[in-house]
Design a binder for this molecule. Sequence first.
Ligand SMILES: [Fe+2]
Ligand SMILES: [Fe+2]
Length: 294
Amino acid sequence: MNTTALVFPDLAVDAPVPAPGPIRFGSEAHKVLFCRTLLDTFDPYKPAVIDWPKLDKDAQDRITALPIWDIAVQTENRAGLNVCTYAEEIADPLLKKAVELNGFEERRHRHVLSNLVEAYGIKLAPEPVYERPRDPEWAFMVTGYSECIDSFFAFGLFETAKQSGFFPAELVDTFEPVVHEEGRHILFFVNWVAWHRRNMPLWRRPWFELKVLAVWAFLIWERIGIAGDVSNGQQDNNFTVNGAQQLGNDINVKKLMGICLAENDRRLGVYDKRLKRPRFVPFMIRQIRRVIPN
Ligand SMILES: [Fe+2]
Ligand SMILES: [Fe+2]
């Protein structure tokens, strides 16, 4: 278990938020806007003081039986390492600060989950050894794009669990900051990609675009692998297929996709309109939703 104490980052910056009016992706104003959006919306909660609500037996059994805890803990640990390692190599002070905050929040998610696991007596599988990534940019992109996929579905599943009462209201409140933070992370990440690709030497750009494609190929391959493992009784993060039936009674895939889309719009709609939004996953889901029956 990761017991490293969390030290709150210093968030003071002297870059003023860009004045109203259009901004160009890749510009200094764009960088200040997406970095400050992350920094200014920081929520200084402390996982150690979260009071885990006492659940009735049914609710506790439902929560502990969810097949997501191993993968969730491992994902947060890996995300913390990937993001913090990438932050180390950033020269720009504002961007560095924002990526460091992103890494801090991933590590805090890990603490929240550790405490939840302890509070409800969830048994975790032994964790793998987390190797420091050899290519920090690749690792940051793997974490960023995988959050773009997972958060989209997590938004909808969280809402479904809330509506169906699967998650007791007290637990919804406890988890809301984590889900909220993942929304901020994917917003930050897609803007970083847009800014980063416009600020690298021209010769690097084709290589970077290939890297983006390779990350997507890797993530799709990884998810197919995880789905294939379900029959072996392993825990998985294929939330849409396996989580949905458990979270709500009358939920079908089409309805769930609709909730994911609506929640995605709601959660990301509150930020500065000039920022780029994650588009690929919502676009694909919209297309799929059109052709599947009710
Ligand atoms: Fe996280
Ligand atoms: Fe995240």
